[in-house]
Design a binder for this molecule. Structure first.
Ligand code: F6R
Length: 268
């Protein structure tokens, strides 16, 4: 697992966006896995700027979002489809028909989950999956106790998650307690994974993800078993890590190595 600790949320967004930009430069027809929530907002803004300045095109990419509330149709302002349209898709040159979000208003959600899995497979699989993390360690809506090999399915939200997301719903508004989410196995099939987290409310989850045992109790800890996963955090989200200085040292050495390779120098 690569661990990148940066100064603040903006640096995390820039670093994360650059991972996506670099991939699209070498593989313009990539399939991206995307997330909603507050974590990726600045990163999406950076991608929008890059697209507007014509440094980058999304014309050939396909996207799959991690999750959607069950019971909200795509025009509902709290649906994740609406979020993605408003926060990213509307502002870039992506073909909307190539964007996928699980169907939250499906009459047969179980069938919709199977369809979602086959659509991901038919696209050739996810090249890069972007993740946020819940303060309880969830990824997508894979709450603690989720099977570490689960596939896309209907999932009941944890009380903490309903509570954390209450801020987006009016008091008299229906707030879903069920979701459709990519499974942990689905996420782990991505060729590359980047998880971004900022702020002290994520510090416990980040410690459990990086330094805890691999456990369904902290679903994100499964990333320890992925061959190409990068966790990008700010100082606040990293402050509980026991081996923080060691991770910073490794990253420093990694950068030195890359620079030497790029300049065709030796490391002395
Ligand atoms: C959203 C998602 C969730 C969020 C997580 C963090 O698509 O899959 O796992 O990434 O709940 O949310 P924020 O970023 O709002 O703290």
């Amino acid at each position: 697992m690569r661990i990148v600790v940066l100064k603040d949320a903006q640096d995390v967004a820039n670093f994360g966006a650059n991972q996506i930009i670099s991939l699209l430069k070498v593989k313009p027809k990539s399939t991206l896995g995307l997330a909603t929530g507050s974590s990726p907002l600045n990163l999406y803004q950076k991608l929008i700027e890059s697209n507007k300045q014509k440094h980058l095109t999304f014309n050939n990419i396909t996207t799959f979002n991690l999750d959607e509330y069950l019971g909200l149709d795509e025009n509902h302002p709290q649906s994740y489809r609406y979020f993605m349209n408003e926060k990213l898709f509307k502002h870039i040159d992506i073909k909307i028909e190539n964007t996928h979000v699980p169907n939250g208003s499906s009459n047969n959600p179980i069938e919709s989950c199977e369809l979602y899995e086959s659509q991901i497979a038919n696209s050739g699989g996810i090249d890069l999956q972007l993740l946020g993390i819940g303060s309880n360690g969830h990824i997508g809506f894979n709450e603690p106790s989720s099977s570490l090999v689960s596939r896309t399915r209907v999932k009941t939200l944890a009380k903490d998650t309903v509570e954390a997301n209450k801020r987006f719903f009016d008091d008299d508004q229906f707030q879903p307690h069920l979701s459709i989410t990519m499974g942990i196995g689905t996420i782990m099939d991505a060729k590359k994974i980047i998880l971004i987290a900022t702020g002290r409310t994520k510090a416990d989850a980040i410690k459990a993800t990086i330094e805890g045992p691999v456990s369904a109790n902290c679903p994100a800890s499964i990333l320890q078993m992925h061959a190409n996963a990068t966790v990008i955090v700010d100082q606040e989200a990293a402050y509980k890590l026991d081996n923080l200085h060691y991770y910073e040292h490794i990253e420093f050495e990694n950068q030195r190595l890359l620079k030497a390779i790029n300049q065709n120098n030796n490391l002395n």
